[in-house]
Design a protein around this ligand. Structure first.
Ligand code: SME
Length: 149
């Protein structure tokens, strides 16, 4: 399933659209085609500030459009440079709740020339749905996105 989406991601990247349009199309593609992806969005470092700013996303609007480095799952990934897979959000102390329906989350950092410039963030209403396949898939997407940033 995820592997079938890789070629669609590449064709989105190759289209003659703006970066924002491409990122939006990727969010929509993932949310519509992966049953356990209930909210899909990109956060990026906000200029010179040590905070993340929400970019394109697909799913319910969130109040958390700015997240300081270190806060929540997203803010922790901004400083750790590591994937963060959360099977059960209730078990996390440093977590920012966006919706009471969310059970699990995965955040994968996005690197440009080795620098952590942002991340893809996915919330799931299904408990413990994410595997290594999701990590590899999201790493692939971020590597493709890095080419157009
Ligand atoms: N749950 C995230 C905040 C972003 S929302 O999921 C869209 C976190 O703890 O960083």
């Amino acid at each position: 399933m995820l592997d079938n989406l890789r070629s669609k991601v590449i064709s989105i990247i190759d289209q003659d659209n703006t970066v924002v349009e491409k990122l939006q199309a990727i969010c929509d593609l993932l949310k519509e085609n992966v049953a356990y992806y209930d909210w899909v969005g990109f956060y990026f470092k906000n200029g010179e500030k040590d905070e993340l700013k929400l970019g394109p996303y697909s799913g319910e609007p969130t109040d958390h459009t700015i997240i300081p480095f270190g806060k929540g799952i997203c803010g922790q990934v901004a400083v750790s440079n590591q994937n963060f897979v959360v099977p059960d959000v209730k078990a996390q102390d440093n977590y920012i709740a966006c919706s009471i329906t969310v059970k699990a989350e995965i955040v994968v950092p996005l690197f440009v020339n080795g620098k952590n410039v942002g991340q893809i963030d996915i919330d799931s209403n299904t408990p413990d749905p994410f595997t290594r396949s999701d990590e590899r898939f999201l790493e692939f997407i971020n590597a493709e996105v890095a080419k157009i940033l």
